[in-house]
Ligand binder design. Sequence first.
Ligand SMILES: [Zn+2]
Length: 337
Amino acid sequence: MSIMLFLEYFLTLSQLTLHGYCFIEMRFPWRPLALCCAAPGRRASSSVPEVIQSFVPASSTIDAHTLEQLQAFLSRATRLFVITGAGLSTESGIPDYRSEGVGLYARTDRRPMQYAEYIRSAKSRQRYWARNYMGWPQFSSHQPNSAHLALQQWEEQGKVHWLVTQNVDALHSKAGHQGLTELHGCAHRVLCLGCGAVSPREDLQKRFKALNPSWGAQAGGVAPDGDVFIEDEQVLHFRVPSCKDCGGILKPEVTFFGDTVNRRTVQFVHERLAESDAVLVAGSSLQVYSGYRFLLAAADQKIPVAILNIGSTRADHLAEFRVSARCGEVLSVIQPH
Ligand SMILES: [Zn+2]
């Protein structure tokens, strides 16, 4: 029986700063504010790239008034705290879990790896890494989109005080963002559960290749949309290396479901939030508590919140106002002063 694999499972990575991608050539110029010409409720599908149609839920085109409100909110902020989630990366071709119709929960019966299962079962780890190995070349090649690039520019202009992302795809780093906390870790790094050593995911890919020289050719290959097909039988023959130094179990440096975020990281983010004077949520429904807690803290400290996300969020009642639209479409046309 074939197993369909999805990019979410490729939670693996290499040291972010070691990537050799060229960001400068990718940088988009500021686009003129011309979004108000499309009728509300309709999507200008002819101008929406295929990747967006595949992974981004349909949304109304934002009107000029809402855009001006958001622009005014951001212009008032002098130390903006930004929280981003999967909705920011869907426009780079990485599917999320929860989006209606296009998220993995809606399209498939796939569910993320649970921390306890990963620790308990060598078989689960073997299956996890076999998929991860196959999907890595494509997953690691995703590039930041106009939303990541806009936020990086705002940081350069001194607008963004700190950015917290729940994504593990390294796209903010690839965009050149500096003041950044990856709340759930990063799939480009690998952690040894024995000695705590952290190494680039790219290095592990080489070890996989060396241990499984003919394995890749036998697997089913990558479908056009990035899915990977592997027979159960093939997974059984996949060899997984352990830590070179201590022989410990290797795991992507990513917070799996059922695991908890490091306390010091949470404390650090709370401190950055306390230094901020406005919060922008971009591309997250905030369903997971690890991100939602910062919205509760912002409300306690009376820090104003704006939310940019397609669909409702857990923190809607805490927001001064909210915008339901694609992050790239909105952030790339706003120029906060
Ligand atoms: Zn080790």
